[in-house]
Design a protein around this ligand. Structure first.
Ligand code: NAD
Length: 271
């Protein structure tokens, strides 16, 4: 992602405060979303996974004039308790949450899903990629007395079979179901919960998938627009869902993938 991309600036998020979970570096989807939200006036608290990441993420956070960074390992209840307590103490309440976190072991992201999914690998993928969303949504909703909006990130591998995606596809299917259930549970509190299904993008997570580069190539070549999924598009969808222009949208999975998800058969030579 070029760091000089032009995000529409404005005031759609003015007066709104929220949490972004999942910035690891400048290529992270969470970072693209953060820049767009900041350009529209949002105030953001960033959670990050550990000390090594802090050194990488801090300069990014400071580059957009923010300074709230809180460690949060989503597999550790004490760490999550402390992170959300710190945000509550700082702001009292929030308006939005971005969950952009997933993990599966490298050995699971190749070959046969049936052969390569261990009980522990399944548990870990589901814990980090799905339970963490449910847990974060609950914690965030407790500090959203005036309503708000929550999003998570998913991929087409939830709906269709994608080589190497394996247990992560299973986890993303669960994440999309969790999005709908959370949208029901929190809807009456005025909290809208939605998911963005992004096309393959060059990030650390993609690098962990055997053949990740080919996933990007196929995503581009088969897509209706014949182009890579752009970070600007994903960030724009996030802005839409998290700001008031996305009102009335709940329990939705919006595809931002240059139209790749609707293709049944790729273009063929004419006979
Ligand atoms: P990324 O590697 O930049 O982000 C993944 C984040 O998950 C990292 O910040 C990492 O620190 C965090 N994480 C992992 N385990 C954690 C833990 N135990 N505690 C706290 N944080 C933890 O990659 P990304 O591609 O930006 O991924 C963000 C989201 O987007 C993921 O849900 C991913 O599945 C999804 N997604 C990615 C693509 C793609 O092609 N890159 C496409 C669709 C959806």
């Amino acid at each position: 992602m070029a760091d000089d991309w032009n995000m529409p600036a404005g005031e759609l998020m003015k007066g709104k405060r929220g949490i972004v979970m999942g910035v690891a570096n400048q290529n992270s989807i969470a970072w693209g979303i953060s820049k767009q939200l900041a350009a529209q006036g949002a105030e953001i608290a960033f959670t990050y996974q550990g000390e090594t990441l802090e050194r990488r993420v801090r300069p990014l956070v400071e580059s957009i004039g923010m300074d709230t960074m809180i460690p949060a390992d989503v597999t550790d209840d004490a760490s999550m308790d402390a992170a959300f307590a710190a945000i509550k103490e700082k702001w009292g309440k929030i308006d939005f949450l971005v969950h952009s976190i997933a993990f599966a072991g490298k050995d699971e992201l190749m070959g046969s899903m049936v052969a390569n999914t261990s009980r522990e690998g399944f548990r870990r993928a589901m814990d980090i990629s799905v339970y963490s969303f449910i847990d974060s949504a609950r914690r965030a909703s407790e500090i959203m007395p005036d309503g708000g909006a929550i999003i998570c990130m998913t991929y087409l591998g939830a709906e269709r079979v994608v080589p190497s995606y394996n247990v992560m596809g299973v986890a993303k299917a669960a994440l999309e179901a969790a999005t709908r259930y959370a949208a029901r549970d929190l809807g009456t509190q005025g909290i809208r919960v939605n998911a963005i299904s992004a096309g393959a993008m060059r990030t650390l997570s993609l690098a962990g998938i055997r053949g990740g580069k080919s996933l990007m190539g196929t995503g581009r070549d088969w897509s209706l627009l014949k182009e890579d999924t752009k970070m600007e598009g994903v960030a724009g969808a996030a802005l839409y869902l998290l700001s008031d222009i996305g009102q009335s949208i709940a329990g939705e999975v919006i595809h931002v993938d240059a139209g790749f998800h609707v293709v049944g058969v790729p273009d063929m030579p004419e006979e």
